[in-house]
Design a protein around this ligand. Structure first.
Ligand code: ADP
Ligand code: MG
Length: 153
């Protein structure tokens, strides 16, 4: 496992970190976002989605489970599984179809999805540091190792 770590002083820094990741990742990447409520997972995702060219709002798909962003550089699918009852619901929504080599998938609360969601390339954890935040980006695949090496170079 390779790791990239950073302190995020404010919301702008969290968005900028998402932007930075968007400049490095390619289609097919699967990103898990861990962290308590309010830790900044959706804020970070906004940075990723905007980095891929989206200019509107980014709201968490708490009730719909997934929000699609079909953009010029890639299709980005933002999942929030916080309210998922039974992981089998993911089968019914055709979850596997989203995780293609043509898409970037960003998943909040992946632990709620059990084995129904594909394994990640990156495991990202956002944590509170007083009023501020920190981020740890850990590789979880060969593709993830290459991404983390670029972040650290
Ligand atoms: P989550 O999706 O993890 O529940 P959100 O991104 O919805 O969290 O909310 C995070 C909250 O923390 C927002 O109010 C945002 O403005 C704030 N925030 C994001 N990043 C930082 C940071 N680096 N320092 C302080 N506050 C932050
Ligand atoms: Mg969220």
């Amino acid at each position: 496992t390779r790791s990239f770590k950073a302190h995020l002083h404010n919301e702008t820094a969290t968005v900028a970190m998402g932007n930075k990741l968007a400049a490095i990742i390619e289609q097919g990447a699967v990103i898990y976002l861990h962290g308590d409520l309010g830790a900044g997972k959706t804020t970070f995702t906004r940075g990723v989605v905007q980095g891929f060219g989206h200019s509107g709002k980014v709201k968490s798909p708490t009730y719909t489970l997934v929000e699609p962003y079909e953009l010029v550089r890639a299709n980005v699918y933002h999942f929030d599984l916080y309210r998922l009852g039974d992981p089998e619901e993911l089968e019914y929504m055709g979850i596997r179809d989203y995780f293609s080599e043509q898409a970037i998938c960003v998943v909040e609360w992946p632990e709620k999805g059990g084995d129904f969601i594909p394994v990640p390339d990156l495991d990202i954890t956002l944590s509170y540091v007083g009023d501020e935040r920190k981020i740890a980006i850990n590789s979880a695949s060969e593709r993830g190792v290459a991404i983390v090496e670029k972040l650290n170079s």
